[in-house]
Ligand binder design. Structure first.
Ligand code: ZN
Ligand code: ZN
Length: 564
């Protein structure tokens, strides 16, 4: 059991207590415990009762509950509450814009206990009439419902990859050749189908093997004699296993990896890629492109969009890779809401072979994340100077900050203080519900600030959980071009923001992109693999990647910027 799992149980219990109007004092004690435990880096499962009591916000009662969760994996209070809560009411907690109190009114006062009835009530305007709700809440519920509907049956790329690797291990032991195809091979940020090509001369035996695995369940109606379709237990996505004799393997892999629009592109031969691949089913992908008379495109770019235009002036070797990255920018430490110390983060970064580490803890307005007061910025800078002296010039910590973009678009410190940083990541974290005009104006205001180096996670989206605030992408990117501001590709698999579909536009305006992990702990650096994947998908080259600059180059860039 992990800390997160324990906290989730406490949080859900608190929500349901509020829903069922349990004693307010007890409810608050659960809320406070969940909030405070979220900041602890020690393993809760290894702590004794007296140790738990020493944690902030944890009283005797809650400590007992935590022990119960650790020992039994469940909590009696939660089980009791769940037993009294209809499934549909529980689902309402996924809707943005309404909390336990409003859900209680919807359910208790209006007898609505399914998502479907809630939608109907919104559509007929009944919800807006409820005291304390109004048009705005009703609209927010409808938007959130539409969003959630769209998301079910999908996984973020990190989860999809984990599922795919798990099954791949099993399949590799059974079949002479297995490859992952489809969206995972194309590095899609959201995946609804996990697809494999397996080599076999006996599809019947292959199906028997697959159906013998306890965690796979076939959907017989969707399946065909050569394609097994179904699900893996615990996952909402489709699993598709395409069986093929070995002499058609290459063609199956190729045609199941690319978008249709890519495959139907006609080359100099007068034939499409699809026709060519079918005519020469045993030929490797490179040969198929050559025969079709088209330049080779790497799998992640085979979306049927800009890739063949891109290939007129670029080759696959130009694309950014993990090895091309020289440093890691936008990271947090225990100064704000990170789990590891500045020294731990920097040393790990150096040990991974990078030549610079850019700290960017939260700024003062981010009180929920221990944002840095000016005197703590000072302390951090002193520590950085000391550590940099120890590193002896071979490796350097760059002094950065993730400055909140305030409501009016200004940054979070005085100019005097901003001038002490090597670089500034400007990001929006609060007041996320804005119209496109407002959000765009707010971002552009921050971009115009001479101290802004990088625009952080431009839309604030959380994949499969929260749509970003709407922005006028072109206006924001144009402003970055005009003011020499770099745009972040936030590499967290939750964000991947800037969206890869805008990379070419940005690059064409001369805007560099920085692949930033937004790491809050040492393993977080590895999220840059996801960032690199979507960057390549968007056709980002090494030369337009900000953190592919060497230490000397990036320092020169930052100094030049400060003189301007
Ligand atoms: Zn941020
Ligand atoms: Zn951050």
């Amino acid at each position: 059991m992990t800390n997160t799992e324990i906290i989730d149980i406490l949080e859900l219990t608190a929500k349901l207590m509020e829903l069922h109007d349990v004693d307010a004092f007890k409810t608050r004690s659960f809320q406070a415990a969940a909030f405070n435990l979220d900041k602890i880096s020690e393993d809760l499962t290894k702590m004794s009762f007296p140790e738990l009591l020493k944690l902030p916000g944890v009283g005797k009662s809650v400590a007992g509950k935590v022990l119960q969760i650790i020992e039994t994996g469940r909590l009696q209070d939660l089980d009791d509450l769940l037993a009294q809560t209809p499934e549909g009411v529980l689902e309402m907690f996924r809707i943005k814009g309404i909390g336990a109190k409003k859900i209680r009114v919807i359910w208790r006062d209006f007898g609505i206990d399914t998502i479907r009835d809630l939608r109907l009530a919104c559509e007929s305007g009944e919800i807006a009439k409820i005291k304390g709700f109004g048009e705005k809440t009703q609209q927010a519920i409808l938007e959130s419902l539409a969003f959630l509907e769209n998301q079910s049956g999908k996984l973020r790329m990190d989860k999809a990859e984990a599922l795919s690797n798990m099954l791949l291990d099993v399949f590799e032991r059974e079949f002479s050749r297995v490859e992952v195809a489809g969206q995972i091979r194309r590095k899609s940020e959201e995946v609804d189908t996990v697809q494999y090509i397996v080599s076999t001369s006996d599809p019947v035996a292959a199906f028997e093997f697959l159906n013998g695995l306890s965690y796979l369940e076939q959907n017989e109606i969707d399946s065909s004699p050569f394609i097994w379709r179904g699900q893996a237990s615990g996952y909402d996505v489709q699993v598709e296993i395409i069986t093929t004799p070995s002499d058609r393997f290459e063609s199956q892999l190729f045609t199941h990896s690319a978008a249709e629009k890519h495959l139907t592109t006609i080359g100099a031969s007068g034939r499409t890629l699809l026709q060519t691949s079918r005519a020469f089913p045993a030929e490797a992908e490179e040969a198929v492109y050559e025969r079709a008379g088209l330049p080779f495109i790497v799998p992640e770019m085979r979306e049927g969009g800009f890739e063949f235009d891109w290939a007129q002036t670029h080759s696959p070797g130009d694309l950014v890779t993990w090895d091309a990255l020289r440093g890691i920018l936008h990271n947090h430490s225990t100064y704000s809401d990170g789990k590891h110390s500045l020294e731990q983060m920097a040393t790990y970064c150096r040990d991974l072979g990078f030549s610079y580490f850019g700290i960017a803890d939260h700024s003062q307005s981010a009180t929920y994340a221990k944002g840095l007061e000016p005197y703590r910025v000072q302390q951090q800078h002193e520590e950085i100077d000391r550590l940099n002296a120890q590193f002896g010039g071979k490796f350097k910590i760059l002094k950065g900050i993730e400055s909140d973009i305030l409501g009016d678009g200004s940054l979070d410190y005085s100019d005097d203080l901003l001038a002490t940083f090597d670089y500034v990541v400007a990001s929006v974290h609060s007041n996320l519900s804005m119209t496109s005009e407002k959000a765009t104006a707010r971002l552009i205001n921050a971009i115009q600030n001479p101290y802004t180096t990088i625009l952080g996670h431009p839309t604030g989206r959380l994949l499969l959980a929260r749509a970003g605030y709407p922005i006028d992408y072109k206006a924001v990117i144009d402003a970055c071009a005009q003011h020499g501001v770099v745009i972040e590709i936030n590499a967290s698999p939750w964000r991947l923001d800037l969206d890869w579909r805008w990379i070419q536009y940005a690059v064409n305006q001369g805007v560099m992109l920085s692949i930033n992990p937004d790491a809050h702990e040492m393993p977080g650096f590895h999220d840059m693999h996801y960032g690199v994947a979507v960057a390549r998908k968007g056709g980002l080259t090494k030369s337009m990647t900000f953190n592919a600059l060497s230490l000397n180059e990036i320092e020169a860039h930052l100094q030049k910027r400060r003189r301007q």
